[in-house]
Design a protein around this ligand. Structure first.
Ligand code: LLP
Length: 430
């Protein structure tokens, strides 16, 4: 099963030492469940793969995957840095105690206020455009502070993933192009405006199961780093190869391990670093660290047989909590939380509660006979779920529970309807 979740002898799914059906009774549904130990294991496995091969490594957890403070705190305790892309994520990283030098601020449209905050706090800023180089130069000058920066380059590589999450391709909005000379100009300019140019950054895309693009990207970027040294005399202190390691989505599928990734990428770094000052290798995994540590528990409200078609299973959470099936057609594996030993089963579709025909989180799934009141478990729900959730149809967002062995506590409260209206006001004339 995904993430080490398992069925007990009586056929009940457990998270840590607890039955998920009991968690659903206790905390209500829809409910996200996160297994703390699994997050720690994922982090250690990832970190070890690289630090066994390279001296200085920073694993900067990508907060966009899951920015619940408890998750950020667990990873901070493990020693993770943070990859952040907004004021909110940056403040979260500082709040849980990540040292500023291990925070990497990415993004193609950082506001001046965000840049001021980043410079004030002394986090590393990965610059994404020629204009941003100038703005950060101005801000640092105005604040009388030194800004430590990297530049994000776009290596222009085709990556086999959904186009919405392929970021290192030629026409992507991210980074400075290697091919056209824009990246070199960016580095030159950054030095001119007095920034402390420390590193280079690239990120190819997300949910990558094929490791070849990582090799190609690393090779291109390291060749470019050689050019920077020759042309500008620049010795980089960090090389940030981004995130993107994919996870298996279907039962039986096998994804590449961090070991696989490290064994492909590190030799390329070694080859190019020869003779130079050893730099820090930065990685920005998100999904790999938290994806399989999470479950989404949904209650079956109704079962609706259709003559000549698949039965609809109607559950209490849909693409409001699990947006990716609607956005990108993502497959999420689902099972019933409690097996009753019945065989058979049929092919069903799983629909959420929203007034939107596209609110479907699973199609053509084979499940044991499903009844009203059953608990449906969605696997791989730890990354890019709650962070992408919305309140469409005025549905409060789900609660999140963290499990550690026999313990379970709420780490994010369930929203109420009052919360939905919290920022609404009526104008004076109504
Ligand atoms: N670093 C940068 C600069 C990124 O843009 C991303 C993801 C990551 C790190 C983390 O990538 P990961 O290891 O999690 O694949 N919302 C999308 C995924 C977002 C991808 C954007 N960047 C989804 O629903 O799959």
């Amino acid at each position: 099963m995904f993430g080490g979740f398992r069925l007990d002898e009586e056929g009940h799914l457990r998270a840590g030492g607890l039955r998920v059906s009991e968690l659903a009774e206790r905390f209500g549904t829809p409910l996200f469940v996160l297994d703390e130990d699994r997050i720690r294991e994922n982090y250690r496995r990832f970190r070890q793969a690289f630090s066994s091969r390279w001296e200085r490594v920073v694993v900067a957890y990508a907060y966009k995957a899951n920015s619940a403070l408890a998750v950020c705190r667990v990873l901070q305790q493990e020693g993770a840095g943070a990859e952040v892309v907004s004021e909110g994520e940056l403040r979260a990283a500082l709040k849980v105690g990540v040292p500023p030098e291990r925070i990497f601020f990415n993004g193609n449209a950082k506001s001046e206020a965000e840049i001021e905050l980043a410079v004030e706090k002394g986090v590393k800023i990965n610059l994404d455009s020629l204009e941003e180089v100038e703005v950060v130069g101005e801000v640092a000058g105005r604040l009388g502070k030194e800004a430590e920066v990297g530049l994000r380059v776009n290596p222009g590589i085709e990556v086999p993933t959904h186009p919405y999450i392929a970021t290192g391709v030629k026409d992507s909005k991210f980074g400075l192009e290697l091919e056209t000379g824009e990246a070199l100009e960016g580095f030159r300019k950054a030095l001119e405006v007095g920034l402390r140019v420390k590193g280079i950054h690239f990120h190819l895309g997300s949910q990558l199961l094929d490791l070849r693009p990582f090799e190609e990207g690393t090779r291109k970027v390291m060749e470019f780093a050689g050019l920077l040294k020759r042309e500008l005399g620049l010795e980089l202190e960090f090389v940030d190869v981004g995130g993107g390691l994919g996870v298996p989505e279907r039962p039986g599928e096998r994804g590449p391990s961090p070991e696989d990734l490290a064994s492909r990428v590190v030799p390329i770094l070694e080859e190019h670093a020869e003779g130079g000052k050893p730099f820090t290798l930065v990685l920005e995994p998100g999904r790999y660290l938290v994806g399989d540590a999470g479950l989404l528990l949904l209650r079956v409200e109704y079962v609706k047989p259709r003559k000549g078609g698949a039965t609809w299973i109607c559950v209490d959470g849909g693409t409001n909590l699990l947006l990716r099936p609607a956005l990108m057609g993502t497959y999420y594996h689902m099972e019933l939380a409690d097996r009753r030993g019945e065989g058979g089963g049929e092919v069903v579709n799983v629909g959420g509660p929203l007034c939107q025909a596209g609110d479907v989180i699973g199609r053509g799934r084979r499940l044991p006979p499903v009844r009203r009141g059953d608990l449906l478990v969605v696997f791989n729900a730890g990354a890019y779920t709650l962070t992408m959730a919305n309140q469409y149809n005025s549905r409060p967002r789900a609660a999140v529970v963290m499990v550690k062995g026999e313990k379970a506590e709420v780490i994010r409260k369930r929203e109420s309807c009052e919360d939905i209206w919290r920022y609404d006001t009526l104008p004076s004339w109504l």
